[in-house]
Design a protein around this ligand. Sequence first.
Ligand SMILES: NC(=O)c1ccc[n+]([C@@H]2O[C@H](COP(=O)([O-])OP(=O)(O)OC[C@H]3O[C@@H](n4cnc5c(N)ncnc54)[C@H](OP(=O)(O)O)[C@@H]3O)[C@@H](O)[C@H]2O)c1
Length: 274
Amino acid sequence: MKSVVVTGATSGIGRTTALDLAANGFRVIATARSAEKAEGLTVAAQAQGTELSTVLLDVTDPQSCQNAVIRINESTGGGPWALVNNAGIAVPGAFEEVSESDARAMLETNLLGVARMTRLVLPGMRHRGEGRIVQMSSAGGLVSVPLNGWYCASKHALEALTDALRRELATTGVQVSLIEPGFIDTPMLSNALTGLPPGSRFETAHTTVRRAITMRTPPGPDVVARTVRRALSVRSPRRRYRIGVESVAARAAFLLPSAALDMVARMVVSADKG
Ligand SMILES: NC(=O)c1ccc[n+]([C@@H]2O[C@H](COP(=O)([O-])OP(=O)(O)OC[C@H]3O[C@@H](n4cnc5c(N)ncnc54)[C@H](OP(=O)(O)O)[C@@H]3O)[C@@H](O)[C@H]2O)c1
């Protein structure tokens, strides 16, 4: 049975992915930040007639990453076959209005945390001459939008780092995929829609964006879970998996001149004091 570590498996996409993989023949090691949430995940797996094991992990803490990988290596006899770097956070807000500590937390979690865990599992994969790394990126890794610049920066950086990593691993048998979802109905999206930092000068723009996002119901996390499963099941996984209209639109927008995207953004922010 192939072993897969899923980080940030206590909520949203990570939870659904861990449970989906466990139900489809993978040996899942799911990570959680607290024993209570880990227990909740074990119970959820049992309720669907499957099982998974859990490991405590905070990706922003190097010691926690070390401890988690020691346990994972012990339980898998030398390291997991695959790592799904899913754990992530998003603090919405304009460039000037997101605090330095929130900006740092996003880069720590979404970029450095991913790098930390990847570095720790790679030696085992290299040694075995096979393995999979799946990076949970975002449509925000393709195009940067107002009121989400710091999150987009973290995901753009993840895309850049992953492209380099994939090319460096070309001859090792370790295959690397990026998952690029648009909006997915999870607690992260609900939080992002709830509000900007108090006193933001972009309240009207935020309301416009929120209306646009909620005009249709975003897909649930199961669509992402199925895509991760595909990336782990096929012999030659894709480099990139785009999920949802925002992701396809983001790729198309990438090809437009910056002036065209600036014009759309200008219409959104023009109602505010700026
Ligand atoms: N939802 C979307 O629209 C969307 C779109 C594109 C990409 N994504 C990406 O998908 C991934 C999952 O997002 P989601 O929407 O499922 O969010 P979510 O429901 O908020 O889940 C985030 C998960 O990451 C964990 N986590 C956060 N900080 C962590 C840390 N320092 N160490 C370890 N785990 C940590 C959380 O643990 P706790 O339960 O302990 O907080 C939780 O399990 C993220 O990388 C996100 O950027 C989401």
